[in-house]
Design a protein around this ligand. Sequence first.
Ligand code: SF4
Length: 491
Amino acid sequence: MNLSKSKYTLGVRCCKLLWLSMFKKEEASEVESDSVLESGNLVGELARHLFGDTYTLIDFDKGFDNMIKDTIIALEDSPNIICEASFAYDNNFCSIDILKNDSDGVEVYEVKSSTDIKDIYIDDISYQVWVLKKNGLKVKNAYIVYVNSDYIKDGELDIHKYFKIKNVTNILNLDVVLENITKFKDILRNKTEINTDLSLSCKNPYPCPFFSYCTRSLPRPNVFDVGCSTFFSKKLDMYYQGKVTYEELLKTNAFSDKAREQMMFELYDLEPKIDKPSIKSLLDSFTYPLYFLDFESYQEAIPKIDGTRPYQQICFQYSLHYYLEEGGKLYHKEYLSCDYNGNPMYGLSKQLCDDIPLNSCILVYNDSFEKTRLKEMALLFPDYSSHLLNIRDGIKDLLPPFKNHQYYVKEMYGSASIKKVLPALFPNDKTLDYHNLEDVHKGDEASNAYLSLSKLSKDKEEKLRTNMLKYCWLDTYAMVKIYNKLKEDIK
Ligand code: SF4
């Protein structure tokens, strides 16, 4: 029975997760997107230059046996740097991202594309160090290399400032590696599905893709369907106490008023709740001309644009609906950058300042996102800074009535996300159904679409751009519809 470091870490997270990943992959609800994997690979490739541009790369395509043989040869060249150095001991395999092969021992560098260190990384590198030691190598130190979220690109990327390196030698979990390996191999030899109860590992450090599968026998709705920002630990606590159905949960005092309200609405099929005075007071604070704005953005692990940080949201598109006067005609403007290799935020900022006059009232859905983007762009572009900050100051939010349950219908299922609120308010309106769009139905698809545009033929690029515009158009049109519905329902 073979074990790799990825299987080892799956087992540490949850034994059932390891078993299901091996024998019931088809039950996983989602897989990591290509863009996440790609960004991890790019960060890994960049880190290979941490000790200079001279290193030996063990060729992954040659298969594991040849990788191990090539590693043995490379190790003789000490001192040197070996990337993807590969080892096996008793059918436990691992490739080391960067092995610093000094004359008096080796140092292990495990590269992560995240901006913090998760506990599971320690188990990951512990397994690698254990395999190395079993191969007779003297491991002097073990390090996690991860991304410095405070790094701001200024000219050529400074790899030593971009990465952070933490020495984890003294916190390795070496004592449990053998015990774990024996347990995990036993599990994988067993063709019968193992039984492991739910735990915090189901959501931490990553949401488990088998969560729907593992909770499939619970009655619906159940404790894990409670929304309203309820902590997973609280839901788990109730589940362990055997309180799973909404009837059982409502007999406890464990949940917030909003969560209780969600359960009551679904259980007793309650009529919509509309707190007219609160909503009226919010709507009365809006002035005309009235704008409805939505940005689309992408994130990249390795910043390409000067003045930006790793994973900063880079805006490339917006949609803007607006009324010049109450009850008047609805207008629309939009922007989608063509500057695929430059800074899309520049053209976007320029046109946004043309499209939204000073001192306007601008509606968004969940204002922290747009406000933060406007502040970042104001810092980047002094020419537009005061206008962008003026737009930021004019922003009003359409989210609070839904988040605060001043407007609540049971089909919101405890969520105030616009993607839940819209179908809840307009269940039969096909024009508002994101499923009817082509290519782009949600934010991450819009990001991936933008990042792919430069690689497409002219025809495909045009078609995708059209579908991106339709998607963003619908985001602000949805806000217009929600705004008008609020106005109508408080009459
Ligand atoms: S959902 Fe939880 S119990 Fe099920 S496999 Fe994932 S981590 Fe394990």
